[in-house]
Design a protein around this ligand. Structure first.
Ligand SMILES: [Zn+2]
Ligand SMILES: [Zn+2]
Length: 245
């Protein structure tokens, strides 16, 4: 078996709530330092910094092209896509439904940063990435699947912005491919509540700061460092997956 540590939920400075230190080069350097083999960049409602991160990470770390979509119910769903093109295509459908940033508040200055692989700011996203999209839960999962992605119910044990907090229950049946639990949730044994769902359970850091990267991760038995091996391990038997925090 070849175990690789995967932290599948990391934000860059494109996310309005993430620190400016979350630049492509610094994220990849920190991931490598923490011994991660796989990371997923999951900015809120956007995949616009994925290419920069993938360029930096070449040969170092596998960067899965991700996005954290906020549904109309204000539930967070992580989409993990085979490549940047498909993540960007899904992101366009989400972006079209987001309101424009209001011009005036200076609080948005130097936020929602679009960056290149040299950590240069190349622009700012003008849509409000922190807003809920117009897509409901089912439409969001369908959108992710239609672009070949895996749909993960994010931080299900958290009291806000999770499917459980927003609906009041974990929906059954559902079309999720995995359930994400927080590092704190895993340490408290809260993942046990979701065992009956039969879905793969993963742990991710949901990092908004460099120091959080790798604080939660899932060891995956992957024979190669590519999306195919990742998706196979992610969907495969539990013996090929070890959540850690
Ligand atoms: Zn979230
Ligand atoms: Zn997040």
């Amino acid at each position: 078996m070849t175990w690789r540590a995967a932290d599948l939920h990391i934000h860059s400075a494109l996310s309005p709530c993430a620190a400016k230190e979350m630049t492509p080069r610094r994220i990849v350097a920190q991931a490598a330092r923490r011994g991660l083999g796989v990371i997923a960049l999951c900015d809120h409602n956007s995949a616009a910094n994925v290419r920069a991160l993938q360029e930096v990470a070449q040969g170092l770390v596998l960067v899965v092209a991700g996005m954290e979509i906020m549904t109309r119910e204000e539930a967070h769903i992580v989409g993990l896509f085979p490549d940047a093109e498909r993540a960007e295509a899904a992101a366009r459908s989400v972006r079209d439904t987001l309101p424009l940033l209001k011009k005036l508040p200076s609080v948005y200055e130097e936020q929602q940063l679009l960056m290149d692989a040299q950590d240069r700011v190349i622009g700012q996203e003008e849509r409000m990435l922190g807003a809920a999209s117009a897509l409901d839960l089912d439409e969001t999962v369908r959108l992710i699947h239609s672009h070949g992605g895996l749909a993960v119910a994010a931080h299900v044990d958290r009291p806000s912005f999770s499917v459980v907090s927003q609906l009041g229950f974990f929906p059954e049946p559902n079309d999720f491919d995995a359930i994400e639990v927080t590092p704190i949730g895993l340490r408290a044994g809260r993942e046990r509540k979701f065992r009956d769902s039969g879905l793969p359970i993963i742990v991710s850091s949901d990092s908004h700061y460099l120091d959080n990267i790798g604080q939660g991760f899932t060891e995956l038995d992957m024979n190669a460092l590519d999306f195919e091996s990742f998706a196979f391990a992610q969907k495969g038997p539990e013996s090929g997956r070890r959540p850690r925090a």
